[in-house]
Every structure is written in C-alpha cells, then in structure tokens.
Design a protein around this ligand. Structure first.
Ligand code: SAM
Length: 286
C-alpha cells in the first residue's frame, strides 16, 4: 500500500469516529520517521507491512480514545516539546496562560531582584517549572510532586531541555517545610476536578487520577496549600494557581480564611472562563 492510500483509509476511520484528522498525519510522521514537508513528497511511496501494522495499532489506540500525546510521547508547551507518558497530566493550553501571566508578574513585582526563588507544587511533566526556569534567567525553580513516576518524566524533560530545575518528592508543601525552604513565588496547578465530575473518556481512562481529582468540590489541595503557605513563602510573595472555571467562590472563601489581608485577582483564560488566581502577599497593588 502507498502512503496516500494509507492516509485516505485512516482519515475515513477518523472521520467516522468524529476525531481529529491531524492524528493520521502525526502518526504517519512518527512511524515513517519523517517531517511534515517530506510526507507530501512521498505520497506515492510503498510502506512496509511491518510499519503499517505498527501504525494501525497506534491508530486503533487513538480511535479507542487514547490521547494522541501519549501515543506520540510528547506535547508542546510554550514552544518546547515535553516528553509525556500516562504517569503525567498532558500539559494544557490554559496552563501556558498561567506561566505567561507569572512572567508578567515577575516584571511587575520582582524586576529588581537578583534571584527569584520559585516552587511549582505538583509539577507533573515539569512544564510550568521548566518553562519558568528557561524563560527568565533570574529564576531559581524547585518542582515537587508526590509521584516518583511523574518526577522521572520531569527530570528527563529538565535534561533534554537543558533546564536547571531542582526536583523534590513529597506531599504538597512538606518537602519545603522539611528543608526550611522559602520562596518568592509559589505556583501550583493542583488536581482540581471534583471527585464526582463526569469526564471525557480520553481523560478519565488514560490520564493519572492522582493528577486530576481534588476532593468533593475540587478544592482540597488549594486548602492544604493556602493553610500552610505562610511556612514556605517569604515576607513578600506571589501565589499563583490554575483554577477550575467554577471554583471562584470557593477559593474566595479560602482566601478570606487564610490570606485575609492580601489582595488577589482572578483572571479568565482565552475562552473567557475563570482560570487563574493570583494572591499578592505584601506586594503593592498595581
Ligand atoms: C493537575 S496536575 C499538574 C501537572 C503540571 N504541573 C501541569 O500543569 O501540567 C497535578 C499534579 O499534582 C501531583 N499531586 C497530586 N497529589 C499531590 C500531593 N499530595 N502532593 C504533591 N503533588 C501532588 C500529581 O502527581 C500531578 O502531577
């Protein structure tokens, strides 16, 4: 079979399953070990039977709802490819917006610092921590996670992307408390999906549940962090969180409980949904 026929056959299957045609191109590139532009020059070339079998196996996994990123083994985040597997959450576009806003906040509040100490709690693949390390040369970043499998992926990404993040394993803030570490910026995209929420099969069946669920209302990890944050932040500090689109009220209650003197801001994502929370601890209001 030639590449053109394999592609057409796959696109028919993908359309029947109402999934993305892009997957056929990405998977072909993976199995033929070629770049985009080469694919179009090779459409009439024969494909080995063994390659077709491996390709079809991946295509069937995709049609069975396995996320394309896990099949390909990577996802792009802020212009860099991050290795991913089923032990880590696939980094999301919304999280890129969180990182971009943290970088703006660094300019606004920490531009006169020689070094800015940052921790990313629940670092997963390392997307947030590594991006903050690479995007600003004054940042010194720690990434922590409870999952040693996730930390292996993050460490691998750190090496591949030539970043200098330090990783620590442990439960929420405990690694910082144990080592008496205090930071200028605490960032977290914790598990925040309410335990009972219905999810798409591609998420529920494939992404690690330790990365997804945050208790009854999805607020458990925010409460653990906000309750103990004073132990790990400096005199002036920024706390930055990704949040669920419907968690604003619950989070404001937690801020009033644990950071009642601080100002805060909730920002929307590109889809107009509440998505980021910034708490300004002794930082002068803009
Ligand atoms: C929503 S994912 C975020 C991953 C990554 N930061 C990102 O934005 O793509 C949450 C992460 O928190 C980690 N996690 C879950 N429970 C934790 C705990 N008790 N202490 C530390 N990390 C935890 C999970 O392993 C997962 O990597």
């Amino acid at each position: 079979m030639v590449i053109r026929d394999l592609l057409n056959e796959s696109i028919l299957k993908i359309n029947e399953a109402h999934k993305e045609e892009r997957a056929a191109y990405e998977l072909l590139k993976k199995h033929l070990k070629i770049e985009n532009y080469q694919l179009y020059l090779m459409l009439e070339e024969e494909v080995d039977k063994a390659v077709i079998d491996d390709y079809n196996q991946d295509l069937n996994d995709y049609l069975d709802n396995k996320p394309l990123q896990y099949i390909l083994g990577y996802e792009m985040f802020l212009g860099r490819d991050f290795i991913v597997n089923d032990k880590v959450l696939i980094p999301r576009y919304e999280t890129e917006e969180l990182v971009e806003n943290i970088l703006y906040h660094i300019d606004d509040y920490f531009s006169d610092y020689e070094q800015i100490d940052i921790v990313d709690i629940g670092c997963g693949s390392g997307a947030i921590a590594i991006s903050l390390d690479l995007e600003d040369n004054k940042t010194k970043v720690i990434g922590s996670d409870i999952s040693s499998d996730a930390l292996s992926v993050a460490t691998h990404n750190n090496e591949l992307l030539k970043a200098e993040v330090t990783f620590k394993q442990g439960d929420m803030l405990q690694p910082l408390i144990d080592n008496n570490i205090k930071v200028d910026i605490l960032v977290s995209n914790p598990p925040y999906i309410p335990d009972e929420e219905l999810l798409e099969n591609s998420v529920k069946d494939y992404e690690p549940h330790v990365a997804l669920f945050g208790g009854n209302q999805g607020l458990d990890f925010y409460e653990i962090i906000l309750k103990n944050a004073h132990l790990v932040i400096k005199e002036r500090a920024l706390l930055a969180f990704e949040i669920g689109y419907n968690q604003k009220d619950g989070l404001i209650n937690l801020i009033n409980k644990y950071f009642k003197d601080a100002s805060y801001q909730i920002l929307k994502d590109i889809n107009g949904k509440d998505r980021m929370l910034f708490i300004y601890h002794n930082l002068i209001n803009k």
